[in-house]
Write a protein that binds this ligand. Structure first.
Ligand code: IPM
Ligand code: MG
Length: 358
């Protein structure tokens, strides 16, 4: 029997509730796919600050690095918004990504047919959307120097080096080879020097993937095209901040940000997390949608552990729950047969996983 060590970082707000549901589903898949998970919890975010004075305790990094993968909930909340920047939960997350070297953030946006009416866009615009944002995660303006502020000025710097662009471009092209073989690289090369280099380097890397069709788009146009005709995209390759913005936008194609998972990968360990935040306003009420996290657990099985059949089972169970009309609050108005709580949704999906034949 295969055994996997999973680090669980529940975090703040709805983080603990949604991770608990993903664990329920993982345990269901373990018992029918002949594997076993052992979980170790680690602190990060506001809860870590409250207990240790640091949003990212050293122990958390060690636990993560000694695991096969990290399953992550969400961090942050108003309570910690006024702390000095380096004590804020978000700083902990950025440091964590950097320490783990997870330079590639994969954010798929898929529209489930069952939820075709949930999008704020017309059904014919979103039906069949299946795209992947490949976002560079540990460089760009989030990390560039110099940065700082005084009373009258604040400044950050968008920097990318050639090797940073090369490695994320390879990730995007490799993913495209497994998909529809199209990469659209997003930049602002009409204004930014850093984007000119980005474009040049992506062109060079593209030569190694002659089967993949490469196009370039300015980020402002991409924001518009994403809602005008999202089906034109297969893989969208972006820098850090452009990908942050465009992936939130892309999530709305699917109808709820509570549906979308992500994987952050690099040379070492991968981090699997929903793209949404900690939603402190709804925490503890049992109304959060756990599907993004359950779907992140599926990405973890697929990408980190190579357990493709198990991942397929989870994906099928999510689809089945939606097609049978189960909906959490966020999607209650869209063809719901039954509105369920966070934990009911987790149990329904876990139950479908357990019933699903090999
Ligand atoms: C995300 C989040 C983070 C980011 C924040 C919380 C630092 O928005 O993962 O998209 O900007 O990367
Ligand atoms: Mg974001």
């Amino acid at each position: 029997m295969k055994q996997y060590k999973i680090a669980l970082i529940k975090g703040d707000g709805i983080g603990p509730e949604i991770i608990d549901e993903a664990v329920k589903v993982l345990d269901a898949v373990a018992s029918c796919c002949d594997m076993e998970f052992s979980y170790q919890e680690a602190l990060m975010g506001g809860c870590a600050y409250d207990i240790t004075g640091d949003p990212l305790p050293q122990e958390t990094i060690q636990i993560a690095l000694s695991s096969d993968a990290v399953l992550f909930g969400a961090i942050g909340g108003e309570k910690w918004d006024n702390l000095p920047r380096e004590k804020r939960p978000e700083s902990g997350l950025l440091r964590f990504r950097k320490e783990l070297g997870v330079y590639a953030n994969l954010r798929p946006a898929v529209v489930y047919d069952e939820l075709i009416n949930a999008s704020s866009l017309k059904p014919e615009v979103v039906k069949g959307v299946d795209l992947m944002v490949v976002r560079e995660l540990i460089g760009g303006i989030y990390f560039g120097e110099p940065k700082g502020r005084d009373e009258n000025k604040g400044w950050n710097t968008m920097v990318y080096t050639r090797p940073e662009i090369v490695r994320i471009a390879h990730t995007a092209f490799k993913i495209a080879m497994e998909r529809d073989k199209k990469v659209c690289s997003i930049d602002k090369a009409n204004v930014l020097d850093v984007s000119q280099l980005w474009r040049e380097v992506v062109e060079e890397v593209a030569k190694e993937y002659p089967e993949v069709k490469l196009s370039h788009m300015y980020v402002d146009n991409a924001a518009m095209q994403l809602i005008r005709d999202p089906k034109q995209f297969d893989v969208m390759l972006t820098g850090n901040i452009f990908g942050d913005i465009l992936s939130d936008e892309a999530s709305m194609l699917s109808g709820s940000i509570g549906l979308l998972p992500s994987a952050s990968v690099g040379a070492k360990i991968g981090v699997y997390e929903p793209i949404h935040g900690s939603a402190p306003d709804i925490a503890g009420q049992g109304i959060a949608n756990p599907i993004a996290t359950i779907s992140s657990a599926s990405m973890m099985l697929r990408y980190a552990l190579g357990e493709i059949a198990a991942a397929d089972k989870i994906d099928a169970a999510i689809k089945r729950a939606l097609s049978e009309g189960y909906r959490t609050q966020d999607l209650a108005q869209y063809d719901a047969k039954e509105v369920c709580s966070t934990s009911e949704m987790g149990s329904i999906i876990a139950n479908y996983v357990a019933k699903c034949k090999h």
